[in-house]
Write a protein that binds this ligand. Structure first.
Ligand code: NAD
Length: 260
């Protein structure tokens, strides 16, 4: 379905981004991976995906807190893979602390990685998407783009911002073949969430498995984690012709978190 399209997926060396890259690759898209990690492991991942799905796969180590590195990543993808038709703004970080104790440098890092990077990447890919009158921009926001939780001031502010940005881009592109939407995951068991589970276990002096169940019970009525594969499947659907009129949406995949 996505043969001859090329996708950049930021933060695709781990977690949700990797699940999305795998789904887009399985649908035939060429991929530009991005993220941090061990160079040899990333190269094995890159070569493995290319072989498994028979698509071209590149890698950019761009630090997306740096606008000039985002622009270089888009240029590299265009040069190496021919175009950028799909942009998935996925990379993100978390920091938890009460607002009056929130370290300023963590605030700045969360806003730049989780929000400003989306703006810089969208700005960099739009000219070529407009020239072809086709594009798909998928921003991985969060349930925290629509509701808050305590001790996540920067994350909640950034993710609410991502949804605002998504709507604005969708409106500006409404008369074109370019759509922009946000996916709002609830809990997905990735390294980002494992850290929060481990911190909870330590804080409360309980086993990790119990901390995991409590974390789910508190917010996610299904009692189950959503998965990177489910995010990938929705992303592929948003890239399809069937989704051409889904524009500016914030789509929860959250085990009924937001239904409460
Ligand atoms: P993760 O920690 O498993 O992966 C994050 C990825 O981003 C990694 O590949 C990492 O290398 C990359 N990254 C981090 N900082 C970067 C930077 N400065 N430049 C380039 N790459 C960078 O996290 P995840 O849980 O897969 O999260 C992915 C996205 O999904 C994030 O935006 C997160 O906010 C969002 N999200 C996650 C959950 C969840 O429950 N896991 C829920 C809602 C939203």
């Amino acid at each position: 379905m996505l043969k001859n399209k090329t996708a950049i997926v930021t933060g695709s060396t781990s977690g949700i981004g990797l699940g999305i890259a795998r789904s887009l690759g399985a649908a035939g898209a060429n991929l530009m991976l991005n993220g941090f990690g061990d160079a040899a492991q990333i190269e094995a991942l890159r070569a493995g995906l290319a072989k498994e799905f028979g698509v071209k796969v590149g890698f950019s180590g761009a630090d997306i807190s740096k606008p000039e590195q985002i622009r270089a990543m888009v240029e590299q993808a265009t040069k190496e893979l021919g175009s950028v038709d799909i942009l998935v703004n996925n990379a993100g970080i978390q920091h938890t602390a009460p607002v009056d104790e929130f370290p300023e440098d963590r605030w700045d890092a969360v806003i730049s990685i989780n929000l400003s990077s989306n703006f810089h990447a969208i700005k960099a890919v739009l000219p070529q998407m407009k020239a072809r009158n086709w594009g798909r921009i998928v921003n991985i926001a969060s349930v925290h783009g629509l509701v808050a939780s305590k001790e996540k001031a920067a994350y909640v502010a950034a993710k609410h911002g991502v949804i605002g940005l998504t709507k604005t881009v969708a409106l500006e592109m409404a008369r074109t073949g370019i759509t922009c939407n946000a996916i709002c995951p609830g809990w997905v068991l990735t390294p980002l969430v494992q850290k929060q589970i481990d911190a909870r276990a330590e804080r409360e002096g309980i086993p990790v498995d119990q901390a995991k169940s409590e974390l789910l019970a508190e917010k996610q009525p299904s009692g189950e984690f959503a998965t990177p594969e489910q995010m990938g499947a929705l992303c592929v659907f948003l890239c399809s012709d069937a989704a051409a009129q889904i524009r500016g949406a914030a789509l929860p995949v959250d085990g009924a978190w937001l239904a409460q």
